[in-house]
Design a binder for this molecule. Structure first.
Ligand SMILES: NC(=O)c1ccc[n+]([C@@H]2O[C@H](COP(=O)([O-])OP(=O)(O)OC[C@H]3O[C@@H](n4cnc5c(N)ncnc54)[C@H](O)[C@@H]3O)[C@@H](O)[C@H]2O)c1
Ligand SMILES: [Zn+2]
Length: 366
């Protein structure tokens, strides 16, 4: 069944969702009269999404394509330099448009590239992964990793417009779908217990109404971002699961062999941070069990034997929520009720990691 078109107006731009969202691109391009159009892709969005996009928006057949190699390990300043250079060589000027067609790596990096090239050119996001449609392409955070530290360099900047077409998800591997689903689960945990309950009954292998889920998630995220765009306070709620999650992601990036997807890292991070919430905030034992059980069932457990607690805590010290060397967490007082700026000691973090090890070993045995 074709999904109807919905438009959400955030303070700075509009988000269009639905089967015909892409068709709105033609009038947008006509109205703005960009001097030149560039499309940033990786090999997967090039293969699976670009042909559909160009077939539906004829004007884009004239666009220059800039292709990057996929993966978090390429979210670096070196890759940005290559793109800035390519833009220059291909004749981009300040009236050009960059279209970010891809997952969160493309929208994070493309937004950063566009907002710094010649002091800033226009960009739009056409996210092609569940993670990017639900979360990464919205909210204005863009950037890159530095020496494996997640999103260490970046700027707050907004796309001119956002076009979400869930048809692109048809080619997305199941593991990537699950990775994106973790951010939706996080939205439920920090903002809406009814949404959390609803998501628990979703089987991503079924014929899921993704437009509906994406809309629910975007409403939650954009309401929080509108209230606190630069993360002075309330927006920190969106970081639940990410203090431990980002450290795990960096740890795996350093290791180089096994890949850990962003949502997988956040899912493990949410289990650890739910345990800390039970110790240091109001999260009840039965809610902790519910979160742990749900996430372990969906994500299994990551290989905990190789994880060095010491290195993880070192990585957490770089978290952008910290001040004066103290590690601050976003915790839960209850499902749907986040509490920000909670000081957590290294000893608490180690105990949380031990909790994760214990429950994942139990889950593997059962
Ligand atoms: N800016 C934010 O607010 C924010 C929020 C959450 C996450 N993030 C960032 O987003 C990134 C993760 O995003 P992601 O999971 O989309 O990663 P990604 O961009 O690496 O995409 C995941 C994989 O899917 C492939 N792919 C993309 N679209 C496809 C399609 N339609 N069909 C088949 N394959 C496709 C990609 O090539 C890649 O291999 C991380 O860097 C994370 O830090 C940013
Ligand atoms: Zn995230």
């Amino acid at each position: 069944m074709a999904s109807p078109l919905s438009t959400i107006s955030s303070p700075n731009y509009s988000i269009h969702i639905g089967d015909s969202s892409i068709e709105l691109l033609s009038p947008f391009l006509k109205k703005n009269r960009f001097s030149k159009i560039f499309i940033l892709v990786d090999e997967n969005s090039l293969q699976h999404c670009l042909p559909q996009l160009v077939a539906r928006v004829k004007k884009l057949s004239e666009a220059e394509i800039i292709e990057l190699e996929s993966g978090e390990k390429n979210k670096t300043i070196e890759v940005c330099t290559n793109v800035w250079r390519a833009l220059g060589e291909l004749g981009a000027d300040r009236n050009s448009l960059l279209i970010n067609l891809g997952g969160g790596v493309i929208s994070d990096m493309g937004g950063f590239i566009a907002s710094t090239f010649k002091r800033g050119i226009a960009f739009i996001n056409i996210p092609t992964t569940l993670l990017a449609q639900i979360d990464a392409s919205i909210g204005g955070k863009t950037g890159i990793d530095l020496d494996g530290l997640k999103n260490e360099i970046g700027v707050f900047t907004n796309p001119k417009e956002l076009f979400i077409f869930t048809g692109f998800l048809r080619s997305l591997p199941r593991r990537e779908m699950l990775s994106g689903f973790a951010e939706a689960l996080k939205h439920g945990l920090i903002a809406d217990v009814a949404y959390w309950e609803k998501l628990k009954s979703v089987n991503i292998a079924d014929d899921v109404s993704w437009d509906e889920i994406i809309l629910d998630s975007i409403h939650i995220k954009s309401e929080i971002v509108a209230a606190d765009p630069f993360e002075a306070g309330r927006r920190k709620a969106l970081n639940f699961g990410h203090t431990v999650g980002h450290a795990l992601e960096s740890f795996f990036l350093e290791g180089g062999e096994a890949t850990l997807l962003h949502g997988e890292a956040v899912a493990a991070g949410m289990i650890c941070e739910a345990w800390i919430s039970n110790q240091l905030a109001g999260l009840q034992e039965n809610e902790l069990d519910d979160i742990t059980h749900t996430l372990l069932q969906l994500y299994g457990s990551i290989n905990v034997n190789m994880i060095s607690d010491h290195r993880l805590i070192e990585l957490m010290r770089h978290d952008k929520k910290n001040e004066n060397g103290i590690i601050y967490f976003t915790l839960l007082d209850a499902i749907g009720k986040p509490v920000i700026n909670k000081k957590v000691t290294a000893a608490d973090i180690i105990e949380a990691l031990n909790y994760y090890r214990t429950v994942s070993q139990q889950a593997m045995k059962s």
